[in-house]
Structures are given as structure tokens and as C-alpha cells.
Design a protein around this ligand. Structure first.
Ligand code: FDA
Length: 312
């Protein structure tokens, strides 16, 4: 991939993600019918639709994590509402009998508004989740939140919350230190390349550097980490992970692979049938627009797909 074009496309779609008018139009058409364009990447707006998608994935022998989409709430009331919604999602998943695993973002719980409130909100979700044997993954947002996210995670870890894990992004220059920091705790890490538009001083800008650090961190996590998740759709990253595990004689259950709903389904099925624990990240909810824009920005060919389905 031409990385400068990729960088341009990332900025373009991040800018669009902030546009209220486009968001409104997309929200009106994007999910309306089963064939609507956003449904390729988003399981639906309601938890029942996500549960149905999860059942189909599990029927194919794969695991799931459900993400009730939402981010950047601007008031304590909105953060409280998001927290209540998440508690409802936990209960709905438990009642449905699907895999007990969720992903969430701290700006959804109020990180832009008040840190102490965010910690309280997260603690409420972790308590409800722990009582029902859930695992909670704290997604990683832009580098403005990295340190605060890890600190909040560490605080709760020290308080005995062990049903949670974090995400580390290989494009950030700081990430080797962060992986070592999480490995020392014994915390579960999901390794991704990173989806946000980041400045040069915080993040590598060339795909070669991002990939090189991905491979280094993957080895560090497999060798010294606790049940890491290797989350990528990139075949060379996946092959290198398999090769490293094989060269060390690691059993397939030492780590898991993860991919996003609707992306590289062929690879998802292959890895799962090769016997690796394999988890699909299933996003749903009414606030799907920023997530959807990040997916478009990663792969401009997706824009053609959207344009075609709009014409249809
Ligand atoms: P790369 O972008 O190099 O893509 C490799 C290949 O994958 C492409 O050539 C294409 O075939 C396919 N592909 C990738 N993206 C595609 C798309 N949008 N549409 C169609 N095909 C696509 N990021 C973050 O910053 N914080 C987080 O918490 C998470 N969480 C997360 C969970 C899981 C389970 C996954 C898989 C990913 C994330 N991410 C994330 C997103 C991640 O940072 C990254 O943006 C995407 O995974 C794309 O990077 P790849 O590793 O797939 O490689």
C-alpha cells in the first residue's frame, strides 16, 4: 500500500467523521435495510441484532467480543447513560447464552469529562461483568488517551479487577514500554496496528515501521505475555505469528487471533479451522458512524463498495 495515500485517506475520513451533516445523512440510510452499506461492518443498531450475529459466528466455531459503539461523550449524564446501557448489554449477553466478552472505550464512559467519574463507571461495569464471568477489553483510542487509559487500568488491576485487558497499538513509539509494563502485571493485551490519525512525534508514519514494531511486540507478547490477542487482518503479520509460535513449540491455545466483523471472512474461517482460538469483534449500536469512518479510511476500496450499494 502507498502509505502517503493511506495517510491522506486516514486524515480525510477522520475529518468526515467529525461532520454532523454527513453523520446525520449516513445514520438515516446506512443501516436501514439488511443490505444497507454500513451493515457490512456493523452488526446492527440493537443488541438483539448483535446477539444474532454472534450466534452465527459461534455456530462457525469462532469466539466473539461485542462492542456497543459509542465514544467521546461530552457530559456526565451522557457517560452515566452509556454506563447504564452497557450494564444492560452485559445482562442481555448473559441471558442469550453467547460468549461473555465485551469491548468498550473510556471516552464513552466520560474520560473527556471527568476521570474519577470514568473510573466509577468502569468499576460498575467490571463488577457486573465479573459477577457473570465476563471479560472486558478496554479499547485504545488516540494517543491523547493512552497514558490515562493505562493508568486507569492499572489502578483497577491493583484493586483486584482481573477480568479486564487493554489494547496496545504498534504505530505508537511508546508501545514497547507499554507492552513490557502490561506483561509485568500479567495483564492480557490485544495487539493492533492503530486506527487514529497521529502526529509524527507520537507515532511511526510509515507502514514498514508500523509493521516492524508489530512483529517485535507480537514476539514479546507471545514469549512473555498472558494470553495475548493478535488482532490484524494482515497475512504477513499472521504468518509471522504462526511461525514464531511454531518455532518455540507454543500450543495454539497460548494466544488468540482476532479480526473485525465483516473483514477478511475468508481468513477468519481459515485460521479458525486451523485450530487457533479466533475471536470476531462485533460492533453494534446507534453511534456507529465514527467506527464506520475509521474502517473506510483504512481501505479506500471500501468507498466504492459504499457508493455501489447507495446506487443500488
Ligand atoms: P492493514 O491495515 O495493513 O490491513 C491489512 C489487510 O487487511 C488489508 O490489505 C486488507 O486486506 C485488510 N483490511 C484491513 N482493514 C480493512 C478494512 N477496513 N476493510 C477491508 N479490508 C481491510 N485500533 C485501535 O486503534 N484501537 C483499538 O482498540 C482497536 N481494536 C481492534 C480490535 C480488533 C479485533 C481488530 C482486528 C482491530 C482493532 N483496531 C483497533 C484496528 C486496528 O488498529 C487497525 O486499524 C485495523 O485492524 C487494520 O489494520 P490491519 O492490522 O488489519 O492491517
Amino acid at each position: 500500500m502507498d502509505f502517503s495515500f493511506a495517510a491522506f485517506s486516514k486524515s480525510f475520513f477522520h475529518a468526515l467523521a467529525g461532520s454532523g451533516t454527513i453523520k446525520e445523512a449516513a445514520s438515516r440510510y446506512g443501516m436501514r435495510r439488511p443490505t444497507s452499506f454500513a451493515r457490512r461492518f456493523i452488526a446492527g443498531e440493537r443488541v438483539e441484532e448483535a446477539i444474532e450475529a454472534a450466534r452465527a459466528i459461534e455456530a462457525d466455531g469462532m469466539l466473539v467480543t461485542l462492542d456497543f459503539l459509542g465514544e467521546s461523550v461530552a457530559s456526565i449524564d451522557e457517560a452515566a447513560a452509556a454506563t447504564r446501557d452497557y450494564l444492560g448489554v452485559v445482562d442481555a449477553i448473559a441471558a442469550a447464552g453467547i460468549g461473555r466478552n465485551i469491548s468498550l472505550k473510556l471516552t464513552q464512559l466520560g474520560l473527556d469529562v471527568d476521570r474519577a467519574t470514568t473510573v466509577d463507571n468502569l468499576r460498575r461495569i467490571l463488577d457486573r461483568a465479573a459477577a457473570q464471568d465476563f471479560f472486558v477489553r478496554i479499547d485504545m483510542e488516540s494517543s491523547a488517551y493512552t497514558e490515562r487509559t493505562l493508568e486507569i487500568f492499572e489502578t483497577l488491576w491493583q484493586q483486584g479487577y482481573r477480568n479486564a485487558g487493554v489494547v496496545i497499538q504498534s504505530y505508537l513509539r511508546r508501545s514497547e514500554k507499554d507492552v513490557r509494563r502490561m506483561n509485568a502485571l500479567g495483564a492480557r493485551v490485544r495487539l493492533v496496528k492503530g486506527a487514529y490519525k497521529e502526529p509524527k512525534d507520537a507515532a511511526y508514519q510509515s507502514m514498514d515501521e508500523v509493521n516492524a514494531q508489530y512483529l517485535e511486540l507480537m514476539r514479546l507478547l507471545l514469549d512473555e505475555g498472558t494470553y495475548p490477542a493478535i488482532a490484524t487482518h494482515d497475512p504477513p503479520m499472521i504468518e509471522a505469528t504462526r511461525a514464531h509460535a511454531a518455532s518455540r513449540g507454543y500450543p495454539t491455545g497460548r494466544f488468540e487471533f482476532q479480526m473485525l466483523y465483516g473483514i477478511r471472512r475468508d481468513l477468519q474461517a481459515r485460521l479458525s479451522s486451523d485450530g487457533y482460538p479466533f475471536r470476531v469483534y462485533v460492533p453494534f449500536g446507534r453511534d456507529w458512524f465514527p467506527y464506520f469512518m475509521r474502517r473506510l479510511g483504512e481501505r479506500p476500496a471500501n468507498v466504492l463498495f459504499v457508493a455501489k450499494s447507495l446506487l443500488r
